[in-house]
Every structure is written in structure tokens, then in C-alpha cells.
Design a protein around this ligand. Structure first.
Ligand code: HEM
Length: 204
């Protein structure tokens, strides 16, 4: 009798990697993870990810534009130049800021719930969710109100009052979106307590 020859553990197949690595594009039918939302199919996930990145990084670019106009308005040599800057800022505020921020938040939530990333399973996703929610609310209620007030001053022919706010607010937002882009790419900090619990129950 020969002792059984030790064999190397079998390499996980592509489908098994898909269960281990949230970043992989799992082939096969959509599944549920931890009783959550139905998992997105590969083409839908990819399409949504492209939309999410375009919209979210577009929001960062838009904020850079608002900051440039805020600086131009504050440093303008004439009322006409300042008026032009705040009128342009008002166009961006009226047409783009709210839809873009909401689309970034909504696409991020669907991508989280529809993939193994989950909304509260990985710290980087959870931090993104809360920071985006806070900055969306700040954009809708604080920044838009400041832009409207500046526009009212321009229309009434008064000197614009909130010039510092219109530089500070987009500067803070820009810092936050840059941080969010960085953690999206690096995906740091591992699992949350809920993520660890779900993983432990799955392996039991
Ligand atoms: C300003 C806000 C945001 C920015 C700049 C941003 C940026 C990005 C970027 C650049 C990626 C691609 C990363 C990669 O594939 O390596 C990404 C993916 C992702 N984002 Fe966001 N994001 C934002 C908001 C959100 C929010 C609010 C959530 C969740 C509630 C979210 C959840 C996700 C998830 C789960 C992925 C990975 C999707 C996948 O692999 O299929 N994001 N984000």
C-alpha cells in the first residue's frame, strides 16, 4: 500500500475567483450576495460603471469650473467682469450641479448594491456613500443658495456679497471629490464589521 501522493490544492476556477474578488466580472447568471439586491449582469455593470465614472469625475471638473469662476468674480477689475463670472456660475448651478451630483450618488448606490462590493461591506464604499450624500446636500442647499444670492446682487446692480464663500465652498468640494476619486481607485481599509460578519456566515 502506498501512502496517498500529496497533491497541490486545485487553483480556483474563474467562477470561484468571482466569489472571492469583488472586482471581477463574474460570468454566469446574476446572483444575490448576503440576501441583498439582485446582482447586475456583466454588461449592465460595465455600462453603469462607465456612466458612474464619467458623471462622478465630471462633477469634479464642474466644481473646478465653479471655483475658477468664483476666483474670477472675486478678483474682477470691473462690475461687468464680475457680473459675467457670476452669471456663468449661475448657468452651471441651474443646469448641471444638482443632476450631476444626484446621478453620481444614484449610480454609485446601484453599483454598490448590485455588485459584491455592497453598500456597507467595504469601508471605502461606505465612506464614499456618506461623503457624497453630505456634499450633494451641501451643493443643493448651501452652494446653490450662495450662487442665487450672487446672481440677485448682479441683477440688482449691487456689489456681490458672498465672494469668499463662492471660493471656499468649491475648494472644499474639490478636495472631497479628489479624495473620493483616490479611494475609488485604491480601495483601501478592508471590510466593515458588517462585511466581516457576512463573510463569516458565508464560510460557516
Ligand atoms: C464624487 C463622488 C464619486 C466619485 C468621484 C467616484 C469615483 C469612482 C471611480 C473613479 C470609480 C472606478 C474605480 C475603479 O473601477 O477602479 C468608482 C467605482 C465605484 N464607485 Fe464611485 N464615485 C463617487 C461616488 C460613489 C458613491 C456615492 C458610491 C456608493 C454609494 C460609489 C460606489 C462605487 C462602487 C461600488 C464602485 C465599483 C463598481 C464596480 O467595480 O463595479 N461611488 N467610483
Amino acid at each position: 500500500m502506498h501512502p496517498p501522493t500529496p497533491t497541490a490544492p486545485a487553483r480556483p476556477r474563474r467562477r470561484e475567483y468571482a466569489r472571492i474578488l469583488p472586482t471581477s466580472d463574474a460570468p454566469g447568471p446574476p446572483r444575490r450576495h448576503g440576501g441583498g439586491m439582485r446582482q447586475l449582469t456583466r454588461p449592465v455593470r460595465r455600462g453603469l460603471l462607465v456612466l458612474h465614472v464619467v458623471v462622478s469625475v465630471g462633477w469634479l471638473g464642474l466644481t473646478l469650473g465653479v471655483l475658477a469662476l468664483g476666483i474670477t468674480g472675486a478678483m474682477a477689475g470691473s462690475a461687468e467682469e464680475a457680473g459675467a463670472a457670476y452669471r456663468s456660475m449661475n448657468v452651471l448651478g441651474d443646469w448641471l450641479l444638482i443632476p450631476i451630483s444626484l446621478l453620481s450618488l444614484a449610480s454609485g448606490i446601484v453599483l454598490s448594491l448590485g455588485t459584491p462590493w455592497g453598500l456597507a461591506r467595504h469601508r471605502w464604499v461606505y465612506v464614499k456613500f456618506w461623503l457624497t450624500l453630505i456634499t450633494t446636500a451641501a451643493t443643493a442647499f448651501a452652494l446653490r443658495a450662495r450662487i442665487d444670492a450672487a446672481m440677485a446682487d448682479v441683477v440688482a446692480g449691487r456689489a456681490v456679497g458672498a465672494t469668499t464663500d463662492l471660493i471656499l465652498a468649491p475648494s472644499v468640494s474639490l478636495g472631497v471629490y479628489t479624495f473620493l476619486t483616490a479611494i475609488s481607485v485604491i480601495k483601501p481599509w478592508g471590510l466593515t464589521a458588517r462585511g466581516r460578519r457576512l463573510r463569516a456566515t458565508k464560510h460557516r
